[in-house]
Design a protein around this ligand. Sequence first.
Ligand code: PMP
Length: 442
Amino acid sequence: MANEGSQRAIATGSTAIPHWYDPDGDVPTIVEGEDATVYDDEGTAYLDFQAQLYCCNAGHSNDVIVEAMTGQAERIPYVSSAKHNDARSALARRLGEIAPGSLSDVLFAVSGSEANELACGIARRVQDAPKVLTRWQSYHGGTYGAGSLTGDPNTRATLERHAATTGAGKFLPPLPECFDADSPEELAEQAADHVEFVIRNEGPDSVAAVLMEPVGGTSGAYPAPPGYFERLREICDEHDVLLVADEVITGFGRCGEWFGVDTEGIRPDLLTFAKGVTSAYVPLAGVVLDDRIGETIRAEEFDLGQTFAGHPVACAAGLAAIGEYEDGLIGNANAVGPHLESRLRELEDRYEEVRTVRGRGLLWSVVFADPVTGEPFHDSFAGDEGENPVAAVRSAAQERGALFGGGRPDDQVIVSPPLCVTESEIDEAVDALAAGVEATFG
Ligand code: PMP
């Protein structure tokens, strides 16, 4: 069976039952990968249209990255995060170069959750204000602190008992179903006005930052309507609130530019990254700070840090991955992105169960709804009751050789292939998805 390994782990008495444990044997045990393809322990090949967790942006087993990691491990694998290391300094400089405008100071962390916690801590400290506001239908992490930032309905059921619940007020995302707007422009205006209302209501002096994903990630690859981010930038400036971009998914070419904010033409005050920085070959994350904030932080005592933050092997991987993105992968993402979009839009035209297709670059979501009621098939807001046909669509696509992600709420299929994907792989994977829709809905 495909998931024999995880079953064995449980049978031998492991207390760490993985949360992805799947008694029906639907989850393949992945043992190898190359470019956009992964292989399970029975040798079955799958096109990885989730890039695992939206993170293996350079594809699997990229030699340049692997060699850079090996070379660093041979020279010196670990150097204390309180000392200098050449790979770490070089990566910090490189990140400062590719980040927008005056964002050039970098603090490293290990995971996206910790990077967001670090950003919140910095914002609260420099603004001398306690609150950070985030969107409903967002994901910013699952640790004790970052969990309270996350606003997706699926994860919140767990987080409400798990995470610190202080300090993170929520506002509505700029989705058409949340407002009563006749055009994208009106939606942008209403959604941004709503954020201003929440800031005023909380008390601007008490709000350190507004933190959000430039394109909603696991909550459904939703881009903001035109003008939303420009207006948000103005609102933050008017109320002296920092704007923090969570680029954990949207960074490193995923949306067609270095960062999601580049596709919006806006400058955040802080930018958090993780996942794609090393193509997920080894954990690394961090915060890029506007120079003004960097100076403030450095002028004060900042005696915080994690043992593994900026691990040299990870930094070597990061430098190599950024080189790969620059040397052709972002170019390829832009070359094949329109093909992916048009193939997905065919699904929107062809199947009445597909409510909408949305996204940017190589980050897309196919959103499903009941064609009669217009409601999601699976009301994840009410809990996990009943069969969810959207999960069945993903399983059917998997049986046909293509892996896709699930959304939160789970009324969608998230499409996020590695940046090295080819047009023929896109055709193959979208055909598998279409066949999955037909197998599920008839
Ligand atoms: N921010 C975003 C936008 C994410 O999608 C995620 C993880 N999916 C995180 C933060 C948390 O990152 P990590 O899992 O590395 O803690």
